[in-house]
Each structure stands twice: as structure tokens, then as C-alpha cells.
Design a protein around this ligand. Structure first.
Ligand code: DGI
Ligand code: FE
Ligand code: FE
Ligand code: FE
Length: 188
């Protein structure tokens, strides 16, 4: 595999500095959460570091990859918000050679979540939302919840995402809604 320096180079080539710094903070936060909730600390760090690898890849490149690589054509109706997790791992695999299923799955699920999120998936999902630069009310609430209850932190994040999407009249990807329903049930 690639060394850390090589990985950081790939990431830095794909992202502006603000987004790169966010990835470093998510890496640190994910490692902390993994220690807290008994998950694989190195996998959490790697997934946290690379979770937004594909966030700034040009839209035309995404459209081509979706069409040519067997992705659900319904994805074409969404945007990079939805694509950079689900399709983003295609670029990570291709450009870094990382093949670890658990790492890639956590990255795939980091934006929409998934009704069946594993502990590692939830760690990346939540670390993205509570990294130290996040200061909105829901982010502070989720950070507090994540001291003891990862599912509750995930639910707070899902609820905020759905409220934001509806408030902005953005299309809800079906899995985003399914994840909300699943985590509502888990935390009730
Ligand atoms: O990549 P980050 O900004 O760090 O965070 P993220 O991966 O959680 O992405 C959040 C963005 O994704 C935010 O702009 C809302 C968008 N998003 C999440 N779920 C959906 C969605 N956008 C649409 N249209 N539909 C969704 O279901
Ligand atoms: Fe993201
Ligand atoms: Fe997120
Ligand atoms: Fe992120």
C-alpha cells in the first residue's frame, strides 16, 4: 500500500486546503471515537482521512464514471453531495489502491448513512459532523451525545440533515430517509 506521505499527497492534490484540513480533523476525531467505542483505530483513522477524497472531483468526471461503471443511473439526478461517498470510493480505489472493505464501506456511507450502519460506519458518519471546527447547535448536541451514545449522535445528525434538505427544498436520496427512520427506531 501507499505510505502516509503518499496518501496525503493524493488527498492534497484532490482537495483545496480548507477541505484537506477538515479531513485531518475528521481523522483525529474518528480515531478518538474508535478508542471510545472499541472499533479498529487505524481503519477509523484511514476512513476519516479519506472520507472527502472525492468531494471536489469535477461533475463531468462523476457523470462519466456513473455511466461507465455500472452505478445506478438514478444517481445522475443527484449531486456531489450524494456522489462523493457512494461513487467517491471508485476514485479512491482507482487512485490509491485501497481495497479494505470496511474502510471503503464507511466512506461510501458517510453522507447518506445506511439503515444497517456498523460501528465503524457510524464513527465516520459522526466524526464528520462533530470534528472540532463544527459549532452549530446540532453539531454541539451530537458531540455531547457521542461521549456515550453513538446511535443517538448518528440520529441527531440524520435529523439535522433531513431538516436541512427539506428546508432548502433539496431532493432527498431514498437511503437518507431510510437511515433517518432506522435510527429514529434505534434511539426510541
Ligand atoms: O462532505 P461534508 O460537507 O463534510 O459532509 P457530508 O458528506 O455529510 O455532506 C453533506 C452534504 O450532503 C450536505 O450538503 C447535504 C448533502 N446531502 C446529504 N444527504 C442528501 C444530500 N443532498 C441531497 N440532495 N440529498 C440527500 O439525501
Ligand atoms: Fe463528505
Ligand atoms: Fe456527514
Ligand atoms: Fe466531511
Amino acid at each position: 500500500g501507499l505510505s502516509r506521505t503518499e496518501l496525503l499527497n493524493h488527498l492534497q492534490n484532490r482537495l483545496d486546503d480548507a477541505r484537506f484540513q477538515h479531513c485531518l480533523r475528521v481523522e483525529t476525531t474518528a480515531r478518538q471515537l474508535a478508542q471510545r467505542f472499541d472499533a479498529d483505530v487505524d481503519r477509523a483513522g484511514l476512513a476519516g482521512l479519506l472520507h472527502d477524497y472525492a468531494k471536489q472531483i469535477p461533475v463531468e468526471e462523476y457523470r462519466r464514471v456513473i455511466v461507465e461503471n455500472g452505478f445506478d443511473p438514478a444517481l445522475l439526478q443527484y449531486n456531489r453531495g450524494v456522489w462523493h461517498g457512494i461513487v467517491g470510493t471508485w476514485f479512491i480505489k482507482t487512485e490509491t489502491g485501497i481495497m479494505d472493505h470496511e474502510v471503503l464501506q464507511a466512506i461510501e456511507r458517510h453522507t447518506t448513512g445506511d439503515p444497517e450502519m456498523t460501528v465503524l460506519d457510524q464513527i465516520i458518519f459522526v466524526a464528520d459532523f462533530i470534528e472540532p471546527a463544527r459549532t452549530l447547535d446540532a453539531e454541539v448536541q451530537a458531540r455531547k451525545a457521542a461521549e456515550t451514545n453513538l446511535e443517538l449522535a448518528s440520529f441527531i445528525e440524520m435529523k439535522n440533515t433531513l431538516q436541512y434538505l427539506i428546508g432548502s427544498e433539496l431532493t432527498v436520496y431514498p437511503k437518507t430517509l431510510l437511515t433517518y427512520n432506522a435510527f429514529l427506531k434505534k434511539t426510541q
